[in-house]
Design a protein around this ligand. Structure first.
Ligand code: GRF
Length: 213
């Protein structure tokens, strides 16, 4: 019996350079979902990919669980097996992670567990670390937590701004993330198990956390 290759969705809200790297690496993307109008959607459209804009009022009355259910349903309808977050701006909650347990991937611009959250690059600069980096991990409903698949260090240079440091980290992410996604998909594809039952394996050895300058 020929097993179908696992289907990948990308969630992105920003400039979409990671999405571009995923596409350029030759990974097949079933659908790109965004929570706002953004360059990432344009990148997807230009590449001929199916897109979905799932935009809501993200104010105080935002129904995070409802949004996560909608998203999980949408992905299931498209037959998606693995979800890669690539700069997605909305924190997702349990319904999504229950539906895709162990199959939501994320990349974060720090050496997790250091500097979780939206301002990871700024926080690393402010903390004065000599080395920060990028982390690819399996995402859970706890933001920036979950088994680490790959990490790579990026030195902080004298005179770095948040933008210059983030760009150098993203250069690493554009290489590390597509590679990690590919290995993850291949392991799912090779497995006789249902993706949901496939144990998470570390893909690359995490490096140690950066020392303080
Ligand atoms: C990356 O640094 C990613 O780690 C973070 O958002 C950034 C996305 O970059 N979560 P881009 O929008 O793909 O250029």
């Amino acid at each position: 019996m020929t097993l179908q290759a696992p289907r990948l969705a990308v969630l992105a809200s920003g400039t979409g350079t990671l999405l571009e790297a995923i596409i350029e690496a030759g990974l097949e993307v079933t659908v790109v979902v965004s929570d706002r109008e953004c360059r990432a959607l344009q990148v997807a459209t230009r590449a001929g990919l199916r897109t979905k804009l799932l935009q809501r009022s993200f104010g105080a009355d935002f129904d995070r669980d409802g949004y996560s259910v909608l998203l999980a349903d949408l992905l299931a309808r498209r037959g998606v097996d693995v979800v890669a977050m690539a700069g997605f701006g909305t924190v997702l909650s349990r319904p999504l992670f229950d539906s895709y347990a162990g199959r939501v991937l994320n990349t974060h611009p720090s050496l997790l567990p250091a500097f979780k959250g939206w301002h990871a690059v700024r926080d690393a600069l402010q903390a004065g670390v000599a080395v920060t980096g990028a982390t690819v991990h399996v995402a859970t409903e706890l933001v920036d937590e979950g088994p680490i698949l790959a990490q790579e260090e990026v030195p902080v240079l004298a005179g770095d701004s948040e933008a210059s440091l983030h760009e150098r980290i993203k250069q690493v992410e554009r290489r590390l993330y597509p590679r990690s996604i590919r290995v993850f998909l291949e392991r799912l594809g090779d497995s006789d198990l249902h993706p949901r039952e496939t144990p998470v394996q570390t893909i690359e050895n995490p490096r140690s956390q950066g020392a303080t300058r």
